[in-house]
Ligand binder design. Structure first.
Ligand code: KIV
Length: 257
């Protein structure tokens, strides 16, 4: 698959760009600019106001992904496997196959290292492309969010997990909220690319939730840079529409039959 080869070739040459999409219209815009489009289970909190991603279902991921797929021509499309859909190898394979069959995505993403390594191995053995995810794991996050890699044991375990995932055959790993020098070390020691979110500029690529960077989702965390305030633009357009109706400026003849 050329898309994958091109992506892997970027290691140490040029940065990888990854963003989330939950629907066709956003995916269409992203597709011109991204190497990877991720249908993230972050849609649970961003679109559905869930307290965590743990309530996201397989059907929700599939329906959103089907829409996203319609907007993609060239980017590699990855779909998050939601919580409780990969508790053992056979469940994971059944659900990964369902996601791929129904959405025509290229790969799936699973959260975790050593704990789920046999599950990932089983998927890869069955020719499923897997994107790994280490550091902060929202599906298992209990209590307050804290970046990873402060404690030595945590650093050692994350690095071990990264190497284990690479050995198992994942094509890349998302590093979420990992201390800078650890993200740098992992990126240097792996042959596959790392994609950071709150994990410094040393990663081979970066991912953000699109709704966060365009100002559609009200979030205030250190690792998000807001590039525009799209809410303001939408608001202004709606005000103009409303005023046009009240002042009888819309619809005009040209909008009518
Ligand atoms: O669910 C998601 O959007 C993600 C990214 C933030 C990496 O996993």
């Amino acid at each position: 698959m050329n898309k994958l080869k091109n992506l892997l070739n970027k290691k140490n040459k040029s940065k990888i760009v990854c963003l989330t999409a939950y629907s066709k219209n956003i995916a269409t815009i992203l597709d011109n600019h991204c190497d990877i489009i991720l249908v993230g289970d972050s849609l649970g909190s961003v679109l559905y106001n869930f307290k965590s991603t743990r309530s996201v279902t397989l059907d929700m991921m599939i329906e959103h992904s089907k829409s996203v797929k319609m907007g993609i021509k060239k980017s590699l499309m990855v779909v998050d496997m939601p919580h409780n859909t990969y508790r053992n190898s056979s469940e994971a394979l059944k659900n990964a196959k369902k996601i791929i069959l129904k959405t025509k995505c290229d790969a799936v993403k699973l959260e975790g290292g050593k704990k789920i390594i046999n599950i990932i191995k089983h998927l890869i053995k069955n020719k499923i492309l897997v994107l790994g995810h280490l550091g902060v794991l929202p599906q298992s996050q209990k209590g307050k969010f804290r970046f990873k890699g402060k404690k030595l044991t945590e650093r050692i375990n994350i690095l071990k997990d990264a190497k284990l995932l690479e050995k198992t055959g994942v094509f890349s790993i998302v590093l979420e909220c990992i201390e800078t020098s650890l993200a740098k070390k992992i990126t240097r020691e792996l042959k596959i690319p790392t994609i950071g979110i709150g994990a410094s500029s040393y990663c081979d690529g970066q991912v953000l939730v699109t709704d966060d960077l365009i100002g559609l989702n009200p979030i205030n965390v250190r690792f998000v840079k807001r590039y525009t305030n799209i809410k303001k633009h939408i608001n202004n357009a709606i005000i103009k529409f409303k005023n046009d109706i009240k002042e009888k400026k819309f619809p005009r003849k040209k909008h009518s039959y």
